[in-house]
Structures are given as structure tokens and as C-alpha cells.
Write a protein that binds this ligand. Structure first.
Ligand code: FES
Length: 87
């Protein structure tokens, strides 16, 4: 598991192995739109301010993945202890 920090409020959200970032941050009050929730539509794309993303979507290009500043929170996860998202 890992944590997500919501940059706009400073809230720290633990994300367990059995839940998505999308569901965890929504439960913590963040308003994130979604549609497919399978990593291919881009609706849930969220700006990453800090941390390393484990990209699991089918949408971002290798170059976009390499920049590390955006992610699909419905499927992708962290490969670090804490991600800071622009939420
Ligand atoms: Fe479609 Fe996340 S909701 S990519």
C-alpha cells in the first residue's frame, strides 16, 4: 500500500492493495470525474506533483509516462511511498 496526498487540502489518503486511487480519494472528498474506470478513456487523468507512478493505463504514450506528471487514477498506482496529486 501507499499514500496519496491531496495537494489542495493537505489530506493524506492511504490506498490499500484492494482499492484504486480513484475510489480512495473520492472517499476522502476529492471530486474526480471518471468514465471507463479501466484505464483507456482519459476522463480521470490527474496531474502528479510529486512521486513515482506505476502506470497501468492503456492511454499514455511512453514519453508521457516518462515525464511522470500525469496519471490515470482509476488504474495506475504508486511505486513510491507517497504520491502528491493536484486534487
Ligand atoms: Fe477512464 Fe480512468 S476513468 S481512464
Amino acid at each position: 500500500s501507499f499514500e496519496v496526498e491531496l495537494a489542495r487540502t493537505g489530506v493524506i489518503v492511504p490506498v490499500g492493495a484492494d482499492e484504486t486511487i480513484l475510489s480512495a480519494v473520492r472517499a476522502a472528498g476529492a471530486d474526480v470525474p471518471s468514465s471507463c474506470e479501466m484505464g483507456f478513456c482519459g476522463t480521470c487523468e490527474t496531474k502528479v506533483l510529486s512521486g513515482t507512478v506505476d502506470h497501468r493505463d492503456d492511454l499514455l504514450t511512453p514519453a508521457e509516462r516518462a515525464t511522470g506528471n500525469t496519471m490515470m487514477v482509476c488504474v495506475s498506482r504508486a511505486s513510491c511511498a507517497r504520491l502528491i496529486l493536484d486534487l
